[in-house]
Write a protein that binds this ligand. Structure first.
Ligand code: RUB
Length: 323
């Protein structure tokens, strides 16, 4: 069999995901689906794969593995790859190419629609005059605020900076564009400002079968503080954030990132011999989360497993695996 070609668009997207130029679970998923469509077009045009259906399939699986290896925690990435690669079918390269491009387009359209739909559900939890607190940058969480604003509600926001990568700055800018007044705070000020907010709204990278919410590091501490302060907290998450492997007992891998995101090498050296750790995500146990808001409505975290079974069956396949 001919050696599969790998289109540079896949390499580029993989690099951008790994370096977080492309970041956030939904954005990563749509970029991955689009990269597979690019790969399908490239493989259908390349000498080595243009007339060999098996080489074409192999090149798509290789692209899937390259994309899968970029970041481990957001399940939207493998779910996107699954969606597209499971729909790759046909006897000829042209039919295969069309099936991949169509599946990729359908996936991205569904993603946009799901975000709009869950935004409506989340917005119903917010009242006119509410202040929300955000953590990190979640397009699903922002969809809830945006829908509330579109319903005519006046919403303001307290935005956590979110160390070390300061995704709170992106959130602050997006909220300002919606006309939402923003107060930016450092992460450690969150408990103090919880007294002034009506809702905490966060996103998710993965949701486990037991209702545990895996999101940006600091979410679990925020949730515990919100419970202690009596402030409701919701996770806004499309169903592509449901982690099918947790149905069979697997845990979600928490990405450990470079220590240089936490402390510059020079400063670190000046401090002396220390260890530095930089986990990118944490797990909020279901008892600290009031609701998971999806495009299928809102769920108490403990009941999310029913939806997960309905959508993913009893487990997960790996259609990118080498054959
Ligand atoms: C992003 C993050 C976001 C979720 C949800 O982490 O934790 O809350 O991915 O985002 P990172 P969305 O910046 O490390 O990728 O709702 O946009 O899918």
């Amino acid at each position: 069999m001919t050696e599969p070609t790998r289109h540079s668009a896949v390499e580029e997207t993989a690099e951008e995901i790994a370096t977080m130029e492309i970041r956030g679970a939904a954005t990563i998923a749509s970029a991955a689906a689009e990269a597979l469509a690019d790969q399908a077009e490239a493989a259908a045009a390349a000498d080595a794969t243009a007339s060999d259906p098996e080489a074409f399939r192999a090149s798509l699986r290789t692209a899937g593995r390259t994309l899968r290896e970029t970041r481990p925690t957001a399940v939207s990435l493998p779910n996107a790859l699954r969606y597209v690669l499971q729909r790759m079918e046909g006897e000829t390269v042209d039919a295969l190419r069309r099936s991949v491009v169509d599946a990729s387009d359908a996936f991205v359209r569904q993603l946009d629609r799901a975000q709009e739909d869950l935004g409506e559900v989340g917005a119903n939890r917010l009242a006119d005059g509410d202040t929300v607190m955000t953590h990190c940058h979640s397009t699903d969480a922002l969809a809830c605020v945006e829908a509330a604003v579109e319903q005519g509600k006046s919403i303001s926001a307290v935005v956590k900076e979110t160390r070390p990568r300061q995704q709170g700055h992106i959130t602050a800018e997006a909220l300002r564009e919606m006309g939402v007044p923003v107060t930016l705070i450092v992460d450690s000020a969150a408990r103090r400002y919880l007294d002034e907010v009506d809702h905490v709204v966060v996103g998710a990278d993965s949701i486990a079968a037991d209702g545990g919410v895996i999101n940006k590091i600091g979410t679990s501490g925020l949730a515990v503080n919100a419970r202690e302060r009596g402030v409701p907290i919701m996770t806004a998450a499309q169903t592509i954030k449901l982690h099918p492997e947790t149905l069979t007992g697997h845990t979600v891998e928490i990405e450990m990132r470079s220590e240089e995101e936490v402390v510059e090498p020079g400063t670190r050296e000046a401090i002396g011999e220390i260890a530095v750790e930089n986990p990118a995500f944490d797990v909020t146990p279901p008892r600290y989360m009031d609701a998971i808001v999806t495009e299928h409505g809102q769920f108490p975290p403990e009941s999310i497993v029913a939806l997960m079974r309905e959508l993913f069956g009893e487990g997960a396949t790996e259609p990118w695996a080498e054959q």
